[in-house]
Ligand binder design. Structure first.
Ligand SMILES: [Zn+2]
Length: 400
């Protein structure tokens, strides 16, 4: 009996030990190496959140490339597993996740819909068609070990990023001890900017392991990528805020699946937030304030993502593309449109803001003449869509 009990205890201790050996996350923030950059980013963010557009948001597309860097065959995960992760992201970032019922009713009014649509890029940085997934065999085990940057470089056995201004790069690999990590805007050098996720916590099928099998490690890390902090801030205490207006102060980190009626710092804690350390099944929301902060990042430090048509079909004939000229861009308050595609007499154009709101539309002639279009709008990113011979051309415009 004693031996039985002892072995039970040792099994229990082993389980506890192995549960503790895997950490949820580690994120690099700008203050880590560049306080001035961090200060500028916070000023911009506060200003953006204060003056944010009042219109309701429509979907905003985020071009994603997934780099699978594998040593063991099982870590060369399937396309299906990658697709399951993208689907999970789109549920979580669009308020379509099916566990909203775990959120305490005290927080009903602050549940946010981020409105980001993640899509695997259909064209690579050179404009070639792609499925948005790269596969690299490496000779290194545990290539995702934190602090070890070789995963970011093809020459060293990893995989080079695609232009990190224009693509959200996600590396998926074997990582010991941790589920994933991310860099907040400006925290990493450009070749290392993005998110790294453990094969065992990526997606909802294949190699994923409970309790991290609902794709929420990636949801959480992309939260960091768009400048979110943990609920308890960088240095957990009641004095430390996460710089989001509507989230309550939280003294400590939560793990596992805590009681939703948990209090600290004089208020109820939002334990089911995606930016806690809890199990996948026990996290369910971003707040409106967090959504604002992510939109500020997307319109500021991450605005290159908006200037990428990698999620659009790549079949636009070259002769159409090369016959359309839009300039100047960036611009102050006008552009010229010129098309030399004379077999088509007229072309429709539409201009949208980043919320998908139609700002202006019209028609111009393809007769080599200059068509001046005034853009009396606040500075920021806009899109122009031209439809020529049933082909849609969408380009980003930057107003300063
Ligand atoms: Zn984290």
């Amino acid at each position: 009996m004693r031996i039985f009990l002892l072995s039970l205890i040792s099994i229990f201790l082993t389980i506890v030990a192995s549960a503790q050996t895997i950490e949820r996350c580690y994120e690099l923030s700008a203050p880590f190496y560049n306080p001035q950059l961090s200060e500028e980013l916070e000023q911009y963010t506060a200003e953006w959140v204060k003056n944010k557009p009042l219109t309701s948001r429509s979907k905003i597309t985020i071009p994603v490339v997934v780099h699978i860097v594998w040593n063991k065959e099982e870590d060369n995960i399937s396309d299906e597993q990658v697709h399951s992760q993208i689907a999970a992201l789109n549920r979580d970032f669009q308020l379509e996740n099916d566990n909203l019922d775990i959120i305490s009713s005290s927080f009903e009014n602050i549940i946010g819909n981020v409105g980001f649509e993640f899509c695997l890029a259909s064209s690579d940085p050179e404009g070639n068609p792609t499925n948005g997934i790269t596969r690299t065999e490496t000779r290194f085990t545990n290539i995702g070990t934190r602090g070890n940057s070789i995963i970011y470089y093809s020459e060293e056995g990893g995989k080079d990023a695609w232009d990190t201004d224009k693509y959200l790069n996600i590396w998926v690999a074997e990582i010991p001890d941790i589920l994933g990590y991310a860099s907040r805007p400006g925290a990493n050098s450009k070749p290392e900017d993005g998110v790294v996720i453990n094969t065992q916590a990526f997606g909802t099928v294949g190699t994923v392991q409970a309790p991290y099998n609902l794709g929420r490690t990636t949801t959480h890390e992309i939260g960091h990528y768009f400048n979110l902090l943990h609920l308890e801030g960088d240095n957990p205490s009641c004095e430390e805020d996460d710089l989001v207006l509507d989230t309550p102060l939280q003294m400590t980190r939560y793990f596992g699946c805590p009681d939703i009626n948990t209090f600290s710092c004089g208020s109820q804690d939002l334990v089911s937030n995606f930016m806690n350390y809890v199990d996948d099944a026990c996290m369910a929301l971003f707040t409106k304030g967090q959504a604002d902060r992510m939109h500020a990042a997307l319109n500021g430090a991450r605005s290159g993502l908006l200037d990428n048509t990698a999620c659009l079909p790549t079949s636009i004939p070259l002769n159409i593309m090369s016959n359309l000229t839009i300039y100047p861009n960036p611009t102050r308050d006008y552009i010229y449109l010129k098309s030399t595609l004379e077999q088509v007499q007229e072309t429709n154009y539409q201009i949208f803001d980043t919320n998908g709101r139609l700002m202006k539309e019209g028609i111009f002639r393809n007769d080599n003449s200059l068509n001046r279009i005034s853009l009396p709008y606040p500075s920021g990113v806009y899109f122009i869509k031209c439809t020529i011979e049933q082909e849609e051309i969408i380009k980003a415009l930057l107003l300063f």
